[in-house]
Design a protein around this ligand. Structure first.
Ligand SMILES: [Zn+2]
Length: 476
């Protein structure tokens, strides 16, 4: 019997990896594909799973269908290839362009971390090894195959798929998979991550079209639930953001913003530019300190077809963000060190967004002990990450093996999320042409997934289950 197996993003928000294994009518194994192939992040219990093999050998997986370029969806691909996978990886062109930036960067960070731990001898593994290297990440890019949104790709006699917009980040799509089994055709819809619906006032600065594709049909729906137990504030975050920045500048402090390098950073830079041009914040130097920021901005500029009218206007008026006066994109570690040493008020936007690695670690270690400074979180912080610890009001956080006191002001603005919240998800589900026989919730912490399950069951009367790690569900 053909089945779906949840190999990740079940019981947690990271490590998205859903296996579809098919059998023909005689019971002979058919095709095996992975929908997404993401990295586990956050708590050690999950991160350690990055080192485990897939339950089916990697070389026996025939293809990967990738919804978008966030690491928790694509970051395990180099490892899969390292373990013997050599099939096609289907994704949209913007997703491929972004992967060619984020995957090598991820390999680079893993090498840096391993090197660091070896130098300090703070890992219990000797020597500490990277999960994959920059070169291995670059090498896996040759397996990517661009797919046009809406176009059907036949994978095998029993399996085909097409992408439809998810409006989460640049290039992001849902995967509509059609599976023939037992003489029947089944539609399996994998949402990947779902973007927010419409309202540009309460979800400002989006650089992709709003709203996931409506009027879907599905026999089995596999849906994300990141924000399953929270609701985005329905206020415009910009006045508060402007006030926080002004107050920090007045007391001579620096604003540190951990931001996902893809999408969130670009969106935030657009908002800062708007706030400066409209006189709502002073023209402080803005440092975008992420080795891949320049490349990611270039990918965004290349795919202007995905902009909102607002983003298109901003670029028309002020040109490429890479040339905005006062905005510095740090490429080298030398430039990063200079930013770290600067004592004048400024705004530092750096990644990783959950403070799990990258240059943000140095900025946090440097700026957290001083009460003049401000740290603003503009994205989801998975439990167990340094970001979640700092955001929770802790007095100290461990960075590079040492405890750093937290005395800076800490703020969080939830409106910048690129994930739909429950009212938005329900609004989208109501557009479905049919009621799926089962909806499986993935990509959420247990509390978030179970609250969303109860809500969809109650409001729509659908059969909803929270997917469990390694659970197999048959497609009958
Ligand atoms: Zn995502």
């Amino acid at each position: 019997m053909s089945y779906i197996q949840f190999l990740g993003a079940a019981g947690t928000v990271t490590g998205s990896k859903h296996l579809i294994k098919t059998y023909d009518s005689s019971g002979k194994p058919g095709f095996q594909i992975l929908i997404d192939c993401g990295l586990f992040q956050g708590q050690k219990e999950w991160r350690e799973r990055n080192w485990q093999d897939t339950p089916v050998p990697a070389r026996e997986i025939n293809a990967v269908v990738l919804t978008h370029a966030h690491l928790d969806h694509c970051g395990w691909i180099p490892r899969l290839v390292k373990e013997g996978f050599h099939g096609p990886i289907y994704a949209t062109q913007p997703t491929i362009d972004l992967c060619s930036v984020v995957l090598p960067d991820s390999g680079h960070l893993q090498e840096e971390d391993a090197e660091f731990y070896n130098k300090r001898k703070v890992s219990k593994h000797h020597p500490a090894l990277p999960l994959y290297t920059l070169k291995e990440a670059q090498d896996c890019l040759r397996f990517f195959k661009p797919v046009v949104v809406g176009q059907t790709t036949q994978l095998s006699p029993e399996l085909m798929f097409r992408f439809v917009p998810a409006a989460h980040i640049l290039g992001s799509c849902m995967a509509e998979v059609t599976l023939q089994t037992n003489g029947r055709s089944h539609r399996l819809l994998f949402t990947g991550d779902l973007g927010r619906v419409r309202d540009s006032r309460i979800a400002p600065g989006k650089v992709v079209h709003s709203g996931p594709q409506e009027n879907e049909t599905a026999d089995v729906l596999v849906m994300e639930s990141t924000y399953g137990n929270r609701q985005h504030p329905d206020t415009d975050p910009r006045p508060e953001l402007a006030r926080l920045i002004r107050e920090t500048a007045e007391r001579g402090g620096t604003v540190v913003v951990p931001a996902f390098a893809v999408e969130r950073t670009q969106k935030f830079l657009f908002i800062l530019k708007t706030l400066m041009e409209t006189g709502q914040i002073p023209r402080l130097p803005v440092y975008c300190d992420s080795p891949m920021a320049i490349k990611a901005v270039e990918v965004f500029l290349k795919h202007s077809e995905e902009y909102t009218a607002r983003a298109a206007d901003l670029i028309k008026k002020y040109g490429s963000p890479l040339e905005w006066p006062g905005f510095t994109f740090a490429l080298t570690s030398e430039q990063s060190k200079q930013i770290n040493e600067s004592r004048d008020p400024s705004i530092i936007v750096s990644s990783s967004g959950m403070v799990t690695g990258g240059r943000i670690l140095h900025h946090m270690a440097q700026r957290l002990p001083d009460p003049k400074n401000l740290v603003i979180f503009i994205g989801f912080q998975a439990p167990g990450t340094r970001g979640a610890i700092i955001k929770s009001g802790a007095h100290e956080v461990k960075i590079f093996g040492a405890f750093v006191p937290i005395r800076a002001q800490i703020a969080a603005l939830e409106q910048f999320s690129d994930h739909a919240d429950p009212p938005e998800m329900l609004e989208w589900l109501r557009t479905f042409k049919n009621q799926p026989s089962t909806t499986y919730l993935v990509h959420g912490e247990p509390a978030a997934a179970s609250q969303l399950r109860d809500r969809v069951q109650k409001e729509l009367g659908w059969d909803v289950k929270v997917a469990e790690y390694m659970e197999r569900v048959e497609v009958k």
